[in-house]
Design a protein around this ligand. Structure first.
Ligand SMILES: Cc1cc2nc3c(=O)[nH]c(=O)nc-3n(C[C@H](O)[C@H](O)[C@H](O)COP(=O)(O)O)c2cc1C
Ligand code: SF4
Length: 399
């Protein structure tokens, strides 16, 4: 099986067609409010998973007083089944750094930080090389592109090797040298982030998209996708399909159409959005990948008919038990209870009362956990119980 890195027609990714520095040049002809307005007009939503409107985030940060602001590129990419940021950083690092520079201009930051997943240490020399070359070319450093007073530089900082450090406030704690534990929000990072200064945190792909939007225009970008999910998106496709890899599709593609492209037509389910996403059964394959239907940071795991759905749930829950930072009770205690229920179900020995309690606990976790990890870790378990009840409950008790 070969890993693909293509769009739906087998062409190179759109990022390969974006002229380097064209976006920055266009942005520097605009006022700061106009840059943010263009990002808002483009409809760009964060590609890291939550889908927060990028223009709005930049606006919050730009509105904060203070000379010291930061823009952080979240390159922690720890969601199971996600590997598209690695491809962008390997092949289109210039666009990511350019997007950060445009963001820095828009919000008034002088420093950008790429927070790089610890397992991607091998990418660090490459990123530092691209940064060095950008400084030499005058698109990083002082008076960028000859614009007096526009000083902006970028450094790379290594991640701490924990999934939760991808959560933006845990990431900031980790950057400050503390344990990577999520903070209470509010205040949000755009108001009080790194070292208490206003900070924008954006995903790698979001920032590459910014460079593309300014290079090719807002209307060009909006021509892809749907009304509420503009643009195109990279999907990391893995699992039981003939052609796993990184694919580019416009938002709005149906699960069925995506499966056809990747040779996964026989799937009985697809896990979308990683371990923290939702499990979509075959009867719902007409649904669309878009913020108005199934939102996702891009992980698509194809689950073939031979798979035991309880194995799938067990695998995800073991991950969450391991990765929970343990700071808040619903997540620290809830994930092990769900895992216990899955193990009992596998043995055909889960008391119905316990299962009902654990389902209710999952609902509680989704509202009571402190960060996105505990708020989303029950999703796969609950959707597997909902859609695969026959497969789960029909098994005989183990001897
Ligand atoms: C447990 C957890 C892990 C996360 N990991 C990542 C990650 O690896 N990369 C990422 O961009 N966002 C990750 N996020 C989302 C970030 O908190 C944040 O929303 C995102 O970086 C914002 O960027 P965007 O608006 O451009 O998507 C994670 C969130 C949670 C709760
Ligand atoms: S939800 Fe989980 S990961 Fe998030 S703060 Fe609570 S214990 Fe930590």
């Amino acid at each position: 099986m070969s890993a693909q890195t293509i769009d739906s027609q087998g062409n190179a990714l759109t990022y390969a067609t974006i002229e380097r520095d064209a976006g920055l040049r266009a942005a520097l002809d605009m006022t700061r409010p106009d840059i943010i307005d263009a990002v808002s007009q483009s409809g760009l939503k964060g590609r890291g998973g939550a889908g927060f409107p990028t223009g709005m985030k930049w606006n919050f940060c730009a509105a904060e007083k203070g000379d010291l602001k930061y823009i952080i590129c979240n390159a922690d990419e720890g969601e199971p089944g996600t590997f598209k940021d690695r491809v962008i950083l390997s092949r289109f690092a210039d666009l990511v750094l350019e997007g950060m520079t445009i963001g820095g201009r828009a919000i008034g930051a002088t420093l950008g930080i790429v927070y790089l997943r610890a397992e991607y240490t091998y990418l660090r020399p490459h990123l530092n090389e691209v940064i060095k070359e950008r400084r030499k070319r005058g698109v990083l450093g002082t008076s960028i592109m000859g614009v007096e007073g526009f000083d902006f530089d970028i450094i790379v900082a290594m991640g701490a090797g924990a999934y939760v450090c991808g959560e933006e406030t845990a990431l900031i704690e980790s950057l400050e040298g503390f344990r990577g534990e999520p903070r209470n929000r509010p205040p949000f990072p755009a108001v009080a982030g790194l070292l208490n200064n206003p900070t924008v945190v954006n995903n790698v792909e979001t920032l590459a998209s910014v460079a593309a939007i300014f290079a090719k225009g807002v209307d060009w970008f909006k021509a892809f996708g749907t009304d509420k999910s503009t643009g195109y998106k990279l999907f990391s496709v893995s699992g039981d399909c003939e052609k796993p890899g990184v694919y580019e599709f416009p938002w709005g593609i149906t699960v069925a159409a995506l499966l056809e492209e990747v040779g996964g037509e026989g799937a009985k389910a697809v896990q979308i959005g990683g371990a923290s996403g939702v499990c979509v059964p075959a009867r719902e394959f007409a649904r669309r990948l878009a913020f108005e239907d199934i939102p996702t940071g891009g992980s698509v795991m194809v689950i073939g008919p031979q798979r035991d759905m309880l194995d799938v749930a067990e695998n995800f829950l073991e991950f969450f038990v391991e990765e929970s930072c343990g700071q808040c009770t619903p997540c620290r205690l809830g994930n092990p209870q769900m895992l216990k229920a899955v193990k009992l179900l596998k043995e055909g020995a889960c008391p119905p009362k316990f299962l009902a309690d654990v389902k209710a606990l999952g609902q509680t976790m989704m509202v009571a956990s402190k960060c996105g990890l505990g708020q989303t870790s029950p999703s796969a378990f609950l959707s597997i119980l909902e859609h695969f009840g026959d497969e789960i409950h029909d098994r005989a008790p183990s001897a």
